[in-house]
Design a protein around this ligand. Structure first.
Ligand SMILES: [Zn+2]
Length: 631
């Protein structure tokens, strides 16, 4: 795919929760709760708020049409601010400091004064009907191999309540997550390929983690994608949790938009039109054998002129054009069937014939059906489907979609308009002083990438090992390297890095959990440098310690029978050489190799291989000298 030719433009919006002690506008802790620990459950209905200009947000209006009840679960760790029964307190300064730190790492310019705004959100995820958001910095950049990408804005926002159940008439939300501070980082639409989109998302994620002040784990970071192509439209895709999906989603969205343009051209060629006429076809299905149509259930139909065969066209993985229309019917809780896919679902050929006759439909037309719904609901659903079908004649509709696990997307709601922001008068503005910015700028953290680079140069680690340790236990690694250097223990940084990454991963896979931050690695390295055992024994020692609480490294060495004196080892090697005297005389000093195998069979893990090899060489040399002397 020639992305330049089709004019692909991608922008990212990254939402990352901050690991502050308190929430953004109240003193509650930022902890998630077991949902059964809720101490209070209450209900709300939300209505659309008007903007200052009296405009109404389209996305908000659409949600209002659904007339759903919102049910909230509150906890002993949430307060009246989350319930929207008490005004918010001032903006959390700790969160603002972290936001500024991230902004500076992204080369952004902080604003002089932070103003909190209200952004209309009417899906119930905020008890107040809006989300508080504050612009903190603008105009930065980030670099990847594919070029520089602008960072337009960084906002400090309150996290929404967590949806825990959703039905047609009611949605249940949990208030523990509501109000956790998060940063929203928006890039310019400078990204030009799917791969670059993933790389930039990874890089921003790396910078966020470099602060050590963001929350980790599932759901703590989410990315939205804004995607458009030439002649297509801007489509916002929400809720991508897995970075590996980004490339696939961009590729699929490009294909979807191209397909929709092809469909538009074909529909125009055919002179297609949407006949906004709904017929009651229940009589045709009065004695149907289909189990999709309920007994005595009502069936309504409408005809899309010139749409024959179009609804069956695949436009993204496991999604046909018909699925796009069905998404709009689904908003009213009904399914959509169409003659492109019938006969099916037990609906007979004869019934399909009669449906088509009812509209005088030809091969070029498509009849769509909604079953088991009241006339009112069916008409509402058809009206939404008609609107979407009409947009197909124009091309790609601007809209918000949600990411599906297979890399496809489905319709979510219209794009939010500019009319949805207005000032939050309950929260005073916060000045961002020059001193404050200077203080934060002077203590910016080394990023994970910078650490990786330094570990490679300073400690001679391979690129792969440096990358692994910089992303897992960089502090533990450097502390141990320094301790070993200070005490004169001969332990290579490479060994320490491998231990903290590959070895711990391997042990964890086998079920042995070791807390790298608090584990007594120093004890191991001290005995290792005294040749109390060989480095090959370290995994066994770790396993022993992980499964024997309170045991020391000495206990492990003792219990595993690793301790041998070097005198014993020397005598043992001397014996091996003497017993194989003929072989040694025959091979001379090159007997070291084969005899290493023999010796290590007994000494592996007890003595370092290098020590053994040196000792063996010395003993063979002495033996050869001795036998020459005898000749
Ligand atoms: Zn609170």
């Amino acid at each position: 795919m020639d992305y330049e030719k089709i004019g692909l433009k991608v922008g990212l919006e990254i939402h990352q929760q901050l690991n502050t002690r308190r929430k953004l506008f109240c003193g509650c802790p930022t902890v998630l709760r077991e949902k059964e620990d809720a101490t209070l459950t209450f209900k709300r209905f939300l209505r659309v708020a008007r903007s200052e200009l009296g405009e109404v947000d389209e996305a908000a209006l659409e949600e209002e049409k659904k007339q759903r009840t919102f049910i909230y679960k509150a906890y002993d760790s949430t307060c009246l601010v989350e319930n929207d029964e008490e005004p918010p307190s001032e903006l959390n300064e700790e969160a603002l400091d972290i936001a500024l730190e991230i902004a500076l790492l992204l080369h952004m310019k902080p604003v002089e004064e932070v103003h909190t705004m209200r952004k209309i959100v009417i899906d119930g995820s905020n008890t107040s009907g809006f989300q508080r958001t504050a612009l903190v910095a603008t105009d930065g950049w980030i670099e990847s191999e594919e070029g520089i990408v602008g960072i337009e804005t960084l906002c400090l926002e309150e996290e929404a309540a967590q949806k825990i159940e959703e039905g047609e008439d009611a949605v249940v939300y949990s208030l523990d997550r509501l109000g956790i501070p998060l940063v929203e980082i928006s890039t310019a639409p400078d990204i030009k390929t799917p791969k670059q989109a993933r790389k930039i998302a990874e890089k921003i994620g790396m910078i966020l983690r470099s602060t050590g002040k963001v929350k980790r784990g599932i759901g703590t970071i989410r990315q939205d994608l804004n995607i458009s192509i030439k002649d297509g439209a801007r489509v916002e895709i929400k809720g991508v949790q897995d970075l590996r999906l980004i490339e696939k989603i961009v590729e699929n969205e490009v294909k979807r938009q191209l397909k929709l343009l092809e469909i538009r051209d074909e529909l125009r060629r055919r002179g297609a039109r949407v006949e906004r006429r709904v017929l009651n076809l229940s009589e045709i299905f009065a004695s149907t054998r289909s189990r999709v149509v309920k007994k005595q259930g009502k069936v309504f139909g409408a005809c899309l002129r010139g749409f024959g065969g179009i609804l069956g066209i695949e436009i993204s993985p496991e999604r046909r054009f018909g699925s796009e229309l069905a998404d709009h019917a689904k908003r009213f809780g009904v399914g959509l069937m169409h003659t492109d896919e019938l006969p099916a679902y037990g609906i007979s050929e004869r019934e399909v014939e009669r449906v088509k006759e009812a509209f005088n439909a030809t091969e070029e037309d498509c009849v769509i059906l909604i079953a088991n719904a009241s006339q009112e609901r069916a008409e509402k659903a058809f009206s939404a489907v008609f609107a979407r079908a009409e947009k197909a004649l124009e091309g790609v509709p601007e809209e918000t979609r949600r990411a599906l696990p297979n890399g496809s997307t489905a319709y979510l709601r219209p794009l939010p308009g500019a009319a949805r922001m207005y000032p939050e008068t309950d929260v005073p503005p916060v000045e961002v002083s020059e001193e404050r910015v200077k203080r934060i700028a002077s203590s910016l953290p080394e990023t994970i990438e910078q650490k990786e680079e330094r570990f490679r140069k300073e400690y001679g680690l391979s690129g792969e090992l440096a990358a692994k340790v910089a992303r897992t236990y960089p502090e533990v690694f450097e502390r141990l390297v320094n301790v070993c250097a200070r005490k004169g223990w001969k332990v290579q940084p490479k060994l320490i890095a491998t231990l903290l990454t590959d070895t711990l991963t391997e042990l964890s896979r086998e079920g042995f959990e070791i807390d790298a931050e608090s584990f007594d690695f120093e004890g191991i390295f001290r005995l290792l440098s005294e040749n109390a055992f060989g480095k090959e024994a370290i995994p066994e020692i770790l396993k022993f310690l992980a499964s024997h609480e309170g045991a020391s490294v000495e206990d492990a060495v003792e219990a595993l029978g690793l301790r041998v004196s070097l005198d014993e080892v020397e005598r043992f090697i001397e014996n091996v050489v003497r017993e194989r005297g003929d072989f040694v005389r025959e091979r001379g000093i090159s007997a070291v190799g084969p005899l290493m195998g023999v010796v290590m069979k007994d000494l592996r893990g007890k003595v370092d291989g290098k020590v053994v090899s040196e000792m063996l060489r010395a003993k063979i040399e002495a033996f050869l000298r001795g036998s020459e002397g005898k000749k």
